[in-house]
Design a protein around this ligand. Structure first.
Ligand code: SF4
Length: 299
């Protein structure tokens, strides 16, 4: 088969991957929602969780997105240098977005700055967003998709602190943000925190923190400890499912970090909502694929 035809095949896989991701939450998110539901005892909390699970069942049976806001499509690629479609991937993702918008269907959400025009097909300048990581020697592509809705991770936050303000100042800012607008992202939340030396690094890492599977912990023991402490702190706000109050506010807190400059502590925040549409597919050089985030999922 010609390379051009194989690129079309790759685009078709990604289009189905996008449509599937809009309708099915990943395994780790579903099992955390079930766990949190079991821990709540108020009738209101139970009712809200029941509504979420009914929504997910209907999205599956009717083959419709589980939330009307199918977001801005953000892709994070980790590709081996031997993966044969590195040069074609961006074009494949773009055409896949157009196909999935029609087939899934997805709500068109991409609006061009200055023209203030919605493209109608979820493509636009630098959208779908594509972030690259190249792995020397490998031939597989690990492709994350995150559907970033207008109420969840898109209204993020980043700021650089002076060292005297310390970790305390940075975490207080995160806490204040969640307490003020966290409820805009339908809880329970997945809180992504990035730490680094500049706002751009911290903001990007906060989004990458949302890609990590729930149940995993920060690579540093102290970072893992801080994740647990923040989970308890956020739970004490008592947001509960849908923001209607309850014992638990968050599905998890994830922190990712980069070494910082001696003179700065930067923090970034991205909040994921209960409908956390983050999917991961592994595609090999023969275009065989496996849905890593949805075991046994069929496209
Ligand atoms: S916060 Fe999430 S569940 Fe709520 S409307 Fe936005 S995308 Fe949908």
């Amino acid at each position: 088969m010609k390379k051009e035809d194989r690129a079309k095949q790759l685009s078709g896989i990604i289009a189905r991957f996008i449509a599937f991701s809009a309708k099915h939450l990943p395994d780790d998110v579903v099992s955390r929602l079930e766990q949190l539901c079991a821990e709540e005892d108020s009738p209101m909390s139970k009712t809200i969780y029941d509504a979420m699970f009914t929504d997910l069942d209907m999205a599956c049976s009717l083959s419709r997105p589980c939330c009307q806001d199918t977001g801005i499509l953000q892709f994070f690629a980790r590709a081996g240098t031997e993966f044969p479609f590195i040069g074609e991937l961006e074009g494949c993702i773009r055409s896949a977005a157009v196909t999935a918008t029609n087939d899934a269907p997805l709500r068109p959400n991409a609006v061009e700055f200055f023209d203030e025009r919605n493209s109608g097909d979820n493509t636009g300048t630098r959208i779908p967003w594509l972030d690259w990581e190249i792995v020397p020697g490998g031939s597989d592509l690990y492709l994350y998709l995150y559907m970033a809705g207008g109420g969840c991770s898109l209204p993020g936050f980043a700021r650089t602190f002076m060292p005297l303000e310390g970790y305390e100042g940075a975490m207080k800012a995160v806490f204040d943000q969640i307490a003020s607008y966290g409820v805009n992202a339908c809880p329970p939340l997945l809180v992504g925190i990035g730490l680094g030396g500049s706002v751009d690094t911290a903001a990007k890492l906060s989004k990458k923190a949302l890609l990590r599977f729930i149940g995993t912990r920060n690579s540093s023991a102290k970072g893992a400890q801080l994740e647990k402490q923040l989970e308890s702190a956020f739970d004490s706000i008592g947001l509960g499912p849908g923001g209607f109050s309850g014992k638990r506010s968050v599905m998890a807190v994830h922190i990712e970090q980069a070494a910082r400059h001696t003179a700065t502590i930067a923090v970034g925040l991205s909040t994921g909502c209960w409908a956390h549409r983050r999917s991961l597919i592994r595609i090999n050089k023969n275009l065989d694929w496996e849905l890593v985030s949805h075991k046994g999922g069929k496209l």
